[in-house]
Design a protein around this ligand. Sequence first.
Ligand SMILES: CC(C)(COP(=O)(O)OP(=O)(O)OC[C@H]1O[C@@H](n2cnc3c(N)ncnc32)[C@H](O)[C@@H]1OP(=O)(O)O)[C@@H](O)C(=O)NCCC(=O)NCCS
Length: 163
Amino acid sequence: MNAFRIRPAVGQDARVLADMLVEAANWNPVRSRTRVTVMEDPTVLHYIAGWQRPGDFGCVAEDARGVAVGACWARLFPADRPGYGFVAPGVPELTLGVYPPWRAQGVGRALLRELSREAAARGHARLSLSVERENFAQRLYVSEGFVTVAAGERSDTMVRTVR
Ligand SMILES: CC(C)(COP(=O)(O)OP(=O)(O)OC[C@H]1O[C@@H](n2cnc3c(N)ncnc32)[C@H](O)[C@@H]1OP(=O)(O)O)[C@@H](O)C(=O)NCCC(=O)NCCS
C-alpha cells in the first residue's frame, strides 16, 4: 500500500480539481471523452468554475513527494442553477476523483471522510452527490452513510448527514 496524506484544498488546486473532475466525468471508460470535451461541457465546468469561491471547500490527497493523487470537494449551488446532485440551496454537493494508479488503496474513502468532517466543522448538516447506478462508487457512498433521496434514469441523488 502506498503512503498518502490528506490536506485541505486551496485556491491553487484548481488544476488538480479539474483533473479529478475529468476522472469523475469519465468514470465509465466506454463513454470516455477527451479532457477538452469534458471541460467544454458547462454542466461539468459548473463544479469548478471560479474555484475557490466563498463556501467552496475540499481536500487533496498527495503522495510522499507532495504530488496530488486525488481530491474531493464540495460547493453550494443555487436552485436556479443546480448541480446534478442538488437537493437544497444550503446543502453542498461533492465531487470525488482519484488518479487511476492510486485507486483501490483507500484514498477515495479517506477523502470522503475528511470532506464530511470539514462539512460538519463548517456547520453543514448534510452533503449531497449524484452517482450513476452502474458506478461501483455508489457502494462506497452507501458504506459511508449516503442514502438515495431521488432516482433519475441512470443516476441517483444521495445525501448523508454529517453531524
Ligand atoms: C470512485 C473512486 C473515487 C474511489 O476511490 P478509490 O480510492 O479507488 O476507493 P477506495 O480505495 O477508498 O475504495 C473504496 C471501496 O471501493 C472498493 N473498490 C475500489 N475499487 C473498486 C472497483 N474497481 N470495483 C469495485 N469496488 C472497488 C474498495 O474495495 C473499497 O471498499 P472496501 O473498503 O470495502 O474494500 C475512484 O475509483 C475514482 O476516481 N473513480 C473514477 C471517478 C468516479 O467514479 N468518481 C465518482 C463519481 S460519482
